[in-house]
Write a protein that binds this ligand. Sequence first.
Ligand SMILES: [Zn+2]
Length: 365
Amino acid sequence: MRFHRLTSYILTLVLLSTLLAGCMAPHGSGGQSPEDSEEAASESIREATPEVPEDSSKASSAQPSGKDDQEHTTVPEESGTPGAPVPDEPLSRPSGEEKTEPGATPPETTEPPLEITRTEVCLDESWAFAGFSAIHTGAAVLYHTNRGTGIVIGLNAGHGTRGGGKQKTYCHPDMTPKVTGGTTQAGAVMSYAISAGMTFRDGILERDLTLAAARVLRDRLLDAGFDVLMLRDDVDVQLDNVARTVICNNTAACHISLHWDSDGLDYDKGAFFMSVPDGIKYLENVAAHWEESEKLGTCLIDGLRERGVRIFKNGSYDMDLTQTAYSWIPSVDIELGNQCSEHSEQWLENQVEGLLQGIKAYFEQ
Ligand SMILES: [Zn+2]
């Protein structure tokens, strides 16, 4: 873990010294300050998105509020063994540690000192689907390591956008109705721009835990040589699900959002990823990437399984998500458990290690 601590230390130094130049927009002109962009942005939304029929808005506002989620969920109960115990083997240590054989000569290294830079990335309104976002005055943060593969992992700590439940966005970029249930019911044309997330049975908020897990995974990914785009790098970011997805589409090689499911069960049913329902595979962007998305989801589940994490059924469940419908890259919503799941710091680190192994396996294919 020495290397991990070193990275965190250097990261802290870099963060302090680089409260950097405003927003970077890798493509196009973008780059307005958050303060400037809101009004212009809403102008562009008015131009880009047709009027919402009043009745469809009423229909979708009949959803339960604040229950959860991105727009998932409520996966049916597992038919198997309610209350079956979580495996209680001792956690094995993460495999990424540096090891030195006794008596071995440390290899000479000519590597430059590790350097991690931090750059803000805002939504560029010229990007495809950007006009569908309702909340986008915040910025994602790109962490770049000089020792990297150059592969950028888009990491989305689910929820954490104040006011996200007061606005709505189209479920699909072609404005067709949602094909599965979830927080927003099937048939609705619009869903919450981003919901507040659920509360664990011990009172912990899902959005706090997704951020904690994303930060641990960010550091492990940087250690492993990946760059990381943190769609939410703090307690709150003013980016809704569409904005997060569009930024990811234009900046990252894949999009992984972290969640815990809100299903009302009184036991931990296990982890799974949200697979792509047949009903949205006709969308051009979904058709181009859904198979890769499911490969990535399967790799993540395999990684979790290897770390002793309980898996729900076969590890996937079809769900029509905004994230999926707007993605132009491989994109996965992973549910690390539900409101009953273990979530100690040690267990989170174990789950993160599983995700890291899954990401490595996916990119090594
Ligand atoms: Zn969630």
